[in-house]
Design a protein. Structure first.
Length: 330
């Protein structure tokens, strides 16, 4: 495992963060085995959230994590937990109600207390605002996060899926107030370039915004770092131009993205791996304070993600994937 330093955390963060959004009560035993393997391979950060979970497990990921912590023998001080607040309401059928925006100081504290209880811990290592609402003043949100950090409910805080101007505003305000400030920014960042954000209140980072993190002493935690399944071969039905939902067609299924996919699959043959490995390696090969949030759903996928740490793409290969040159060979 490889690690990066994140301001405010007393232990280095692994470059692969284990995500729990897919957890289900039907597959809880598999989830436990995967967290066991993740820790065995040197993983030390698990990411969860109040509404995380799939199928027969909506909003149950935190409780599954609690049961694993109590049964695994892993000491609380040896594992870092990242949790999130202020997501939109998700009902028991898994429907995301985007009309119920939940971004406010009140929801920060309510979700925090709820999640601490469900995970069965006294503190989180990292706590992030899951979405944004540009109508809510940044100072109100930062004031609450700093207050709760000082109270000992978490060691560091961050913001997920915020657009660059709002992240900059948060940093500037916290500097003026002499706050710890956000240690992490977590947009979606991958080889896929979304034409626009597929869900309200989320943000897709381009390479320029990704590089911006290095200049501002803030770590980048990339969600959907593997391209949300776009580099699986054969092409998943969700990305079939004839069958994909319109929102996916218009945002993801561009000529440029299909060319990036074609080139990723070409390099996969060169390196003897999969297109998904190449997509993840693209993110991990950036010279940035970056960690990738991964969501493998079985032991093989987790092992495959970890193996990607041994794959480093050359500058020529990275430029080839970015469509900046016509060959990957130097």
């Amino acid at each position: 495992m490889e690690y990066i330093n994140v301001r405010g955390l007393d232990k280095p963060v692994p470059r692969l963060i284990f995500g729990t959004a897919w957890f289900s009560l039907d597959a809880e035993a598999e989830a436990h085995k995967m967290m066991d393997l993740y820790v065995e391979r040197g993983g030390t950060m698990i990411d969860t959230g109040r509404y995380y979970g799939k199928g027969n497990g909506i909003a149950k990921s935190e409780e599954i994590l609690d049961r694993w912590l109590r049964s695994s023998g892993v000491k609380r001080e040896d594992i870092m937990i990242s949790d999130k607040c202020c997501n939109c309401l998700i009902d028991r059928k898994g429907v995301l109600h985007e009309e119920f925006v939940r971004v406010s100081p009140t929801f920060i504290q309510e979700d925090l207390m709820y999640s601490l209880d469900r995970v069965g811990v006294d503190y989180f290592d990292l706590y992030m605002i899951h979405r944004d609402d540009p109508h809510v003043p940044v100072p109100d949100l930062m004031d609450k996060l700093e207050e709760l950090r000082i109270a000992g409910y978490f060691k560091a805080y961050g913001i997920s899926s915020w657009q660059p101007s709002r992240v900059q505003e948060a940093i500037d305000y916290c500097k003026r107030m002499n706050y710890r400030g956000p240690s992490v920014s977590s947009p979606s960042y991958s080889l896929v370039h979304a034409k626009y954000n597929r869900w309200p209140g989320t943000w897709y980072a381009d390479d320029e915004f990704a590089r911006w993190h290095k200049e501002h002493d803030i770590a980048l935690f990339a969600w959907a770092a593997q391209g949300a399944g776009f580099f699986v071969d054969p092409l998943l039905p969700a990305y079939d131009p004839e069958k994909a939902p319109m929102v996916t067609k218009e945002s993801f299924l561009t000529e440029e993205n299909f060319k990036r996919r074609e080139r990723a699959l070409e390099l996969a043959k060169v390196h003897g791996c999969s297109g998904v490995n190449i997509a993840l390696a693209y993110v991990l090969s950036q010279d940035l304070p970056l960690a990738a949030q991964i969501g493998p759903q079985n032991l093989w996928e987790l092992d495959d993600c970890i193996k990607t740490l041994d794959l480093r793409l050359t500058e020529a290969e990275l430029a080839y994937l970015r469509l900046e040159r016509d060959t990957w060979a130097d």
